[in-house]
Design a protein. Structure first.
Lengths: 97, 482, 489
C-alpha cells in the first residue's frame, strides 16, 4: 500500500477529476481530514488478502435481462431543466472563445 | 401524537371505526404542532394526502383493499422518488427537483393504500450519521432536543419517535436506518441486500444501499417490510427469491435460539452504560430459552476501512450525474461548460459530500485502485466469510447498535469521530445481511438500541427474535416527551 | 499506393463502433430509433434521473454474441460491465457503462481481400457499451466558435458493440477493406444498419509509424470523426504525413486524440491534460456479471445467418454469378434476403434466372414504386412463381415485364395475371399453325416475295403473327413455321 500520505497534489488532482470546487482556504482542512481517513484505512493491512477474491456485490445473483420492448417515458423535461431551449438542454459553450 | 401501532390503526380503519381522511388530517395537525421543534420534514403533501385518503376511504368502504396497513399515514425519506414531489436528498443540488417518476418501493406503498404525508429530512445525499449535514433543516432527537436524531435517516426516525406518524421509510448504507432507530428509540430494519428494489432510491453506494421501515413495534415493521420487498424488473440487483410473509414468522418463541455476540463490538469502543444495557438484554434472551456466547469476528477490524473506501468510490460515480445540465441547481456566471459544472458542484454540494467524492475519486484513480478499492473488495469477501463461519454455529448475531447514545449537535465535527458511529452497523451492509435495531433500554434517559443480524434472506428469524424480546420488555412502550 | 515513403511502415489499428438495431436501449426501454424529436426517446434511466437503474436488454446480448461468432471470437463465459467515469454533457450519468478488463469476447479475426490477396486482421476484443447523447452546437458549424450547445439525449443508451482490431493493418487500402468487410458482416447478420452517414457505424483510427522493418511500434494517435470510407483513406494519408514530417524533423509524436476535419482535410488535437484519461474504471455495481452458457452460445451459433464471404463463395461457385451480381446482392441486405428466400421458394427457376430478373426489371419497378426490399409489398411467393414461369419458357420476356408491373399494382396470382394478359406462350402448335396460315392467306403478295427469295420479308409476316397471337408466340418457332408454310403454298 502506498504508505505515503495524501498530498496537496493528490487533492488538486481529485478535485479536477471530480469536477468540483473547493476554496483555497478550505483545502488544508480537507487535506488533513483525507489523511486521517486514509490513516484509518490502513487497518486493511491487518487482513491477509493475497489469495482472496474480491466481492463486488454482497450477494451473487441470477442474471436478469429485459425483453426488447420499447416504451418511452412521457415527461415534461422543461420543468426541472435549468435552461431549456428548442426541446433540449442548453449548456454554455464548451470551448473557450 | 399517535400512540397507536400502525396495525391497530389499520384495523380501526378497516372496521370503519376511523376514516382515513380524519386520520390524515389529525396527522397533519400533529405535525403542525410538533415539527417546529423536531423539524423532521423537508416538505409536506397535505393536499395530495387528503385526496388519496378520500380514495382509500372509498376502497375501505367497498372492501376493495386487502392491505394490512391500508389508510395508515407514512413519511418517506427525501431520497425516495415520488412523482410530483420534491425529492431533495436534503441537498442544495436538488432543492427544486420535482421527480417525474415514482420508485418501486414507494409505488408498492401507494398500492398498499398507505398514505405518504411528506418527505423526511436526512444527511445530504445520505452521507452522515447525525442528519447535521442536511442543507434543508435541523432535525432534533425527540428524546432530547439538544441531541441529534442520528443519520442519515434522522427525519425518518424522529417522525416515528415523535408520534407524528406510525411508520416511515428510510435507507441504510452503513447503518443509516439502524443507528437513528437506536438514537430515537424506535424499530428500524435493513433487509437483505436486494430484497427491496432500489429503483427510485437516489443512489449513494449501489452495492450497499437498501430501503427499510421505521416503526414503533416489530409487528408494524414486519408488515411494512412485507409490502416493500419483492423482485423488481427495474432493478437488476433485486433478488428473485420469494418473500415469506414476515408477519407470520412472529411467534415469539426463541427457545434454543443460539446468539453470538462479537467481542469486537463489546469492548472499549462501546460505552459502559450501553454494555450494561446490552448485557441485560442478553439476560432477557436467556430467560426466554435462548443462549449466547461471545465470539471473535476479526474481520470487523477492517470493516470501517473497507466501507470508507467502497462507499465513497461508488458515490463519487453516482453523484457525477449532478452536473447542472438537466435537472439540478445550476451556478450562475460560468463562462464555459466546464466552469459551470465546477461552480455548480462546488456550491451545491456540502462539505461531507465533497469529502466523500474526493475520497472515492482518489481510491479509484490510476495507481491507487489496487491498493485501495481492490483491497477493500477483498476485505468484503473476508467479512462475508467471517459471518458465514459464525452462522454455521449460531442463528443470530447480537450487539449494541451504536457505541454511544445520541450525542449533542456539533460534538462530532471531526469526520473520523463521526464515522466511528458506524462500527457496529457497517459489517452487515458489507455482507448484505438483514439487520435491525430495537429499543432495549436507556442510558441517562436516552434510548439504547440492540442490533440483530441474521443470515442472508433470513429476516424471519431476526424479526421473530426481535419480537420475542419486545414482548418480554416494555422499552418500546416508553414515548419521547418533548 | 503507399502513404508513407519507404523509410517508415504504417501501423494501423481500428476501433469500430456498431449501433445494434434493437427496439429499445441497452439498459432501458426507451426507443432505439433515428430521427425522433429531441429528447423523446427517453426514460428515467437514459436521462440519468436520480434513482434510475440499468437493466440489460436480452436482444442486445444476442446480437452482440452473433457479432462475436461471426468474427470467430472466443466468447467469455462470464463478462463484467464497468463504469468509465468522465464528465461531458452528452454523458448524463457522468459515466458510461462499458466493459473493461473482462469484455464478452476476444481473440477473433477477419479476413480481407486487398489486390487479390487475402489478409487476416486480428480482432483483439469486442465489448458492449452504451452510446452517448448528442450535442448540437449553436452559433457555429462545429464546436469551435459556438456560443452554446443543446443536449439531445435520444441517442443516449443506444446499444453499441466496440470491435477493436489488432494493429495488423498496414495501408489505407487495407483499412478501407477492413471496415467495408465489417460493415457487410454486421449488416448481413442483421444486427446493424452499417450506415456511416447516420452514425450507426463509426470508425476511430489508431495510427503510428515505425522505422521500416523494425519490430518496435511508434507512438500512436487516435483519429476520430471519420465518417465515410473516403474519409478513412484520407485521414490515414494526412495523419501519416503529419507524423512522418514530425519524425523526419527529429520531433516526437504525442499520444493524443485528434479530430479529422473534412473541410480542411487535416487532423487537429482534441484532448488536453493527462488526467483526462483517468477513467477510474470499476465493475458496475448495478449489474451482475453477464453469464453466457455454452448452450446459449451454441444456440446463437445455430441461428447465425450465412456470412457475406460464405454467400459470395456460394454465389460464385454454385450459381456462377458475376462479380457485379455478387456486389449488388451484398450491397443490399434486404434484397439478398429476398433473393435467398426466392431461391428456396422457387420450384423450377435457377438462381441465375432469379438474380437476373431480381436485380434487373424487378428492382427497377420496385424503385419506380419508391420502395425498397425492406418495404416491398410483393411476396417472395409471387416473385418466385414468376421466375418459375420464365424458367419453363411458358412466357416471353415481354410478358414477364408486364407481369412484373401487375405484381406491384395488385394482389393477383401470377397465373391469373398471365391469363389476363391472354395466356402464356402458345405451346399448342396447331393453334399457332392456324394463325400463321391466316396471316399468310391475307398477305399472299408477301408470300410471293418470300417464294421469290426475299426471306427478309418474312419479318413483316412474323410481326403480323406476333400481333395476332398477342405476343404469345415464340419468335423462332413462328419464323420456321412461316417459312415451312410458305413452301407448302
Amino acid at each position: 500500500m502506498p504508505g505515503m500520505s495524501f498530498t496537496n497534489d493528490d487533492l488538486d488532482k481529485c478535485i479536477r477529476l471530480a469536477h468540483i470546487f473547493i476554496k483555497e482556504e478550505k483545502k488544508p482542512q480537507y487535506l488533513e481530514q483525507m489523511q486521517a481517513i486514509l490513516e484509518e484505512v490502513k487497518t486493511l493491512e491487518s487482513l491477509d488478502l493475497d489469495t482472496v477474491k474480491p466481492s463486488y456485490t454482497a450477494i451473487e445473483q441470477a442474471h436478469y435481462q429485459r425483453d426488447d420492448v420499447a416504451k418511452n417515458a412521457n415527461f415534461d423535461l422543461s420543468k426541472n431543466a435549468p435552461d431549456w431551449e428548442d426541446g433540449g438542454f442548453s449548456v454554455p459553450q464548451i470551448l473557450k472563445s | 401524537m399517535t400512540t397507536e401501532s400502525a396495525l391497530d390503526l389499520a384495523k380501526a380503519l378497516k372496521n370503519r371505526d376511523k376514516k382515513a381522511v380524519d386520520v390524515v388530517a389529525a396527522c397533519f395537525d400533529g405535525i403542525d404542532r410538533s415539527d417546529n421543534s423536531i423539524q423532521a420534514y423537508v416538505s409536506l403533501m397535505k393536499e395530495q394526502a387528503l385526496e388519496q385518503a378520500a380514495q382509500v376511504d372509498k376502497r375501505l368502504d367497498n372492501g376493495d383493499t386487502t392491505s394490512a396497513l391500508a389508510g395508515v399515514p407514512i413519511g418517506l425519506k427525501d431520497n425516495l422518488c415520488l412523482a410530483g414531489t420534491r425529492t431533495t436528498c436534503s441537498s442544495k443540488m436538488l432543492e427544486h427537483f420535482v421527480s417525474p417518476y415514482t420508485g418501486t418501493a414507494v409505488q408498492k406503498v401507494l398500492d398498499a393504500d398507505l398514505i405518504p404525508v411528506g418527505k423526511l429530512n436526512m444527511d445530504e445525499f445520505a452521507m452522515g450519521s447525525s442528519t447535521e449535514t442536511s442543507y434543508m433543516a435541523k432535525t432534533k432527537n425527540p428524546w432530547n432536543l439538544n441531541t441529534v436524531p442520528g443519520g442519515s435517516s434522522g427525519g425518518s426516525a424522529a417522525t416515528v419517535a415523535a408520534g407524528q406518524v406510525p411508520l416511515s421509510l428510510g435507507s441504510d448504507t452503513g447503518g443509516s436506518i439502524r443507528q437513528p432507530a437506536a438514537f430515537c428509540g424506535v424499530v428500524g430494519v435493513k433487509p437483505t441486500y436486494g430484497r427491496v428494489s432500489r429503483y427510485g432510491l437516489v443512489a449513494f453506494a449501489s452495492s450497499l444501499d437498501q430501503i427499510g421501515p421505521f416503526a414503533n413495534t416489530v409487528e408494524d415493521a414486519a408488515a411494512l417490510l412485507s409490502i416493500i420487498c419483492g423482485h423488481d424488473p427495474h432493478d437488476a440487483t433485486s433478488l428473485q427469491q420469494a418473500v415469506p410473509n414476515f408477519s407470520k414468522a412472529l411467534t415469539g418463541d426463541v427457545k434454543g435460539l443460539k446468539i453470538a455476540v462479537p467481542k469486537e463490538l463489546f469492548g472499549d469502543e462501546i460505552s459502559a452504560d450501553i454494555k450494561s444495557v446490552t448485557q441485560q438484554a442478553l439476560d432477557t434472551y436467556k430467560s426466554l430459552g435462548a443462549s449466547y456466547e461471545l465470539v471473535s469476528m476479526e474481520s470487523f477490524k477492517a470493516a470501517l476501512a473497507s466501507y470508507y473506501i467502497i462507499a465513497p468510490a461508488e458515490a463519487s460515480a453516482n453523484l457525477a450525474r449532478f452536473d447542472g445540465v438537466r435537472y439540478t441547481h445550476r451556478a450562475e456566471g460560468g463562462d464555459t461548460l466546464h466552469d459551470m459544472m465546477i461552480k455548480t458542484r462546488g456550491e451545491a454540494f456540502g462539505e461531507e459530500v465533497k469529502r466523500r467524492i474526493i475520497m472515492g475519486t482518489f481510491v479509484l484513480s490510476s495507481g491507487y485502485y489496487d491498493a485501495y478499492y481492490l483491497k477493500a473488495q477483498k476485505a468484503r469477501t473476508v467479512i462475508k466469510e467471517d459471518f458465514q463461519r459464525v452462522f454455521n454455529d449460531y442463528d443470530v448475531i447480537l450487539s449494541p447498535t451504536t457505541p454511544s447514545t445520541a450525542f449533542e449537535f456539533g460534538s462530532k465535527s471531526n469526520p473520523m469521530d463521526m464515522y466511528l458511529n458506524d462500527i457496529a452497523t457497517i459489517p452487515a451492509n458489507m455482507a448484505g445481511l438483514p439487520a435491525m435495531s430495537i429499543p432495549c433500554g436507556f442510558s441517562s434517559d436516552m434510548p439504547v438500541g440492540l442490533q440483530l443480524v441474521t443470515p442472508i434472506l433470513d429476516e424471519s428469524t431476526m424479526l421473530n427474535a426481535a419480537y420475542a424480546f419486545q414482548q418480554a420488555t416494555e422499552f418500546h412502550l416508553k414515548k419521547a416527551d418533548f | 499506393m503507399s502513404t508513407t515513403d519507404t523509410a517508415f511502415d504504417l501501423v494501423i489499428g481500428i476501433e469500430v463502433h456498431c449501433q445494434l438495431k434493437t427496439n429499445s436501449k441497452l439498459f432501458c426501454p426507451s426507443e432505439n430509433a433515428f430521427g425522433a424529436k429531441a429528447n423523446t426517446n427517453v426514460s428515467p434511466v437514459n436521462l440519468a434521473l436520480p434513482g434510475a437503474l440499468p437493466v440489460l436488454n436480452k436482444e442486445a446480448v444476442r446480437m452482440a454474441v452473433m457479432a462475436g461468432l461471426a468474427l470467430h471470437c472466443d466468447i467469455r463465459e462470464e463478462s463484467v460491465f464497468a463504469r468509465k467515469n468522465y464528465f461531458y454533457p452528452d454523458l448524463p450519468k457522468g459515466y458510461q457503462i462499458s466493459q473493461f478488463d473482462k469484455p464478452y469476447c476476444e481473440h477473433g479475426h477477419l479476413d480481407i481481400q486487398v489486390d487479390g490477396n487475402t489478409k487476416r486482421i486480428g480482432i483483439t476484443r469486442i465489448h458492449m457499451e452504451e452510446d452517448a447523447g448528442k450535442l448540437v452546437h449553436q452559433g457555429a458549424d462545429s464546436i469551435a466558435g459556438s456560443t452554446h450547445s443543446i443536449v439531445d439525449l435520444n441517442r443516449a443508451g443506444t446499444p453499441l458493440i466496440e470491435i477493436v482490431s489488432e494493429p495488423d493493418i498496414r495501408s489505407a487500402a487495407e483499412a478501407r477493406a477492413y471496415v467495408e468487410s465489417l460493415k457487410l458482416i454486421v449488416q448481413h447478420i442483421g444486427i446493424c444498419d452499417g450506415n456511416m452517414e447516420e452514425g450507426s457505424l463509426r470508425a476511430d483510427i489508431n495510427i503510428s509509424l515505425k522505422p521500416a522493418g523494425s519490430t518496435t511500434f511508434g507512438t500512436r494517435t487516435e483519429v476520430k470523426n471519420v465518417n465515410s470510407f473516403r474519409s478513412i483513406e484520407k485521414a490515414i494519408q494526412v495523419e501519416a504525413k503529419r507524423q512522418k514530417d514530425i519524425l523526419l524533423s527529429g520531433g516526437t509524436i504525442i499520444q493524443e486524440t485528434r479530430n479529422f476535419d473534412e473541410a480542411s482535410q487535416s487532423t487537429t488535437s482534441l484532448r488536453g491534460k493527462e488526467d483526462a484519461h483517468d477513467y477510474r474504471y470499476f465493475p458496475e455495481p448495478d449489474l451482475p456479471p453477464l453469464l453466457l452458457s455454452d448452450a446459449y452460445i451454441a444456440n446463437c451459433k445455430a441461428q447465425l445467418p450465412a456470412l457475406p464471404e460464405e454467400k459470395i463463395q456460394q454465389y460464385k461457385k454454385d450459381y456462377a454469378f458475376s462479380e457485379h451480381e455478387c456486389k449488388v446482392l451484398m450491397g443490399d441486405v434486404a434484397m439478398d434476403a429476398y433473393f435467398r428466400a426466392s431461391v428456396s421458394c422457387a420450384k423450377k427457376a435457377s438462381p441465375k434466372t432469379i438474380v437476373k430478373w431480381l436485380i434487373g426489371d424487378f428492382n427497377a419497378m420496385l424503385k419506380e414504386q419508391q420502395h425498397t426490399f425492406e418495404t416491398i409489398g410483393v411476396t417472395v411467393q409471387r416473385f418466385s412463381d414468376l421466375c418459375d414461369e420464365i424458367e419453363s419458357g411458358s412466357i416471353s420476356g415481354k410478358i414477364a415485364k408486364s407481369v412484373i408491373e401487375q405484381l406491384f399494382s395488385g394482389d393477383k396470382s401470377v397465373s391469373d395475371i398471365i391469363q389476363s394478359l391472354g395466356g402464356g406462350q402458345i405451346s399448342d402448335q396447331s393453334e399457332l399453325q392456324r394463325i400463321v396460315e391466316a396471316v399468310l392467306k391475307n398477305n399472299l403478295d408477301v408470300v410471293e416475295k418470300i417464294k421469290a427469295g426475299k426471306t427478309a420479308s418474312a419479318n413483316f409476316l412474323m410481326g403480323q403473327v406476333m400481333k395476332e397471337s398477342k405476343g404469345r408466340a415464340k419468335p423462332d418457332l413462328v419464323r420456321s413455321m412461316i417459312l415451312d408454310s410458305v413452301d407448302k403454298i
